[in-house]
Write a protein that binds this ligand. Structure first.
Ligand SMILES: Cc1ncc(COP(=O)(O)O)c(C=O)c1O
Length: 369
């Protein structure tokens, strides 16, 4: 039996291991573990890569969202509109700032935020809209930016799954007031621990986030504002400096793998395969299909050595953590239906034809039973 991991970090490490060792040794040589040169170097390269003026290295994607909220002075009594079908951290970042996440549903076709529901969700307390470029596909920011302008709201992009995705010439994270990234190891650009980034074009927001991540200080032992300890590690930045030049190639390989999956799986059972939009607008962090037999297929694949998963099995409003928001079953029917039908197949840049063929054989076998 073949074993196909959900993400193969070993294969990705192999060809760059020497450079990674050099990067880590460079930090050890200098012992500049906190906000060392590698952090600044990575911030500059990542800002450039995103087509943004500034990037501020943060300890995780969740912390990036939290600090983005704080930098915009969003807190107690404020509301931020985001989507019900996302990883819990999108909402938690809002909650950590003291604000309330207000949810809208997803589009059935592409899993992204249903923009048509945003206006109805706006109240006098609304301060921002946070679309999530879910699974690596960039949301069309044009109607969101228009709505935000009309209602005088901020836009913060949750770009944790979409490093390098671009639409209409702009990269994910560079369109709103701020873009928040995660470098969790399995992400399209991942480090070897936790890491995150806030990207912005606004010099004041940049200064604010820089202070917030470092105890509220820019100058040592001067604390004009209350802050946190949320800095990106120098060691992680050194690793990311080695990996960033490979990101476009990683993303291309993911896109090609998604095309191959779609060709291989077309017409099997009741599978609804993901849309493949214009190249580069989707960086396939995850390859997510739908089937009414999701639970059985998941179990079958896992028993056959194919590590598949669900992203995510429970929409935000159905978690105990958000019971107090007062939503109920049926509040977001698309997200709820998705949660019971979606299945993520193994997806990583090194996924090869033999592995894709094995997955196809196993999926076929399941539906011919
Ligand atoms: C959509 C989304 N938002 C936020 C996060 C939080 O990032 P982190 O795990 O680095 O805290 C993640 C990833 O885990 C994510 O997928």
């Amino acid at each position: 039996m073949m074993k196909i991991p959900f993400v193969d970090l070993q294969s990705q490490l192999k060809p760059i291991r020497n450079q990674i060792n050099e990067g880590i040794n460079g930090v050890l040589d200098k012992c500049n573990f906190i906000l060392g040169d590698d952090v600044k170097k990575f911030e500059d390269s990542f800002a450039k890569y995103c087509g943004a003026k500034y990037a501020i290295g943060i300890s995780s994607g969740l912390d990036a969202i939290h600090l983005a909220m704080r930098a915009l002075e969003i807190g107690e009594g404020d509301e931020v509109i985001t989507q019900a079908n996302t990883f819990i951290a999108t909402a938690l970042g809002i909650t950590m700032a003291g604000a309330k996440p207000v949810l809208v549903d997803a589009n059935e076709s592409n899993f992204l935020m249903n923009v048509e529901q945003i206006e109805k969700a706006i109240t006098p307390k609304t301060k921002a809209i946070m679309p999530v470029h879910l699974y690596g596909r960039m949301t069309d920011m044009t109607p969101i930016m228009k709505l935000a302008k009309k209602h005088d709201l901020h836009v913060v992009e949750d770009a944790a799954q979409s490093h390098g995705a671009q639409l209409f010439g702009a990269r994910a994270g560079s369109v709103g007031a701020m873009g928040c990234f995660s470098f969790y190891p399995g992400k399209n650009l991942g480090c070897y621990g936790d890491g995150g980034m806030v990207v912005t074009n606004d010099p004041q927001l940049k200064d604010k986030v820089e202070a917030l991540r470092n105890y509220g200080s820019i100058k040592k032992y001067h604390h004009p504002i209350v802050g946190f300890n949320n800095r990106l590690d120098t060691m992680q930045a050194a690793i990311l400096n080695v990996k960033l030049p490979h990101l476009d190639a990683y993303n291309s390989a993911r896109f090609e793998a998604a095309i191959k999956y779609n060709k291989a799986l077309e017409g099997i059972g009741d599978l609804v395969l993901p849309e493949i939009p214009e190249k580069k607008s989707h960086v396939f962090h995850l390859y997510v299909l739908k089937t009414k037999k999701r639970d059985q297929l998941l179990e079958f694949l896992n028993n056959q050595g194919v590590q598949a998963g669900i992203h995510y099995p429970i929409p935000v409003h159905m978690h105990g953590a958000y019971a107090h928001l007062g939503y109920k079953t049926g509040s977001f029917p698309v997200s709820e239906k998705m949660a019971s039908e979606i299945l993520s197949l193994p997806m990583f840049p090194e996924l090869n034809d033999v592995q894709i063929d094995y997955v196809k054989q196993k999926v076929k076998e399941f539906f011919s039973k």
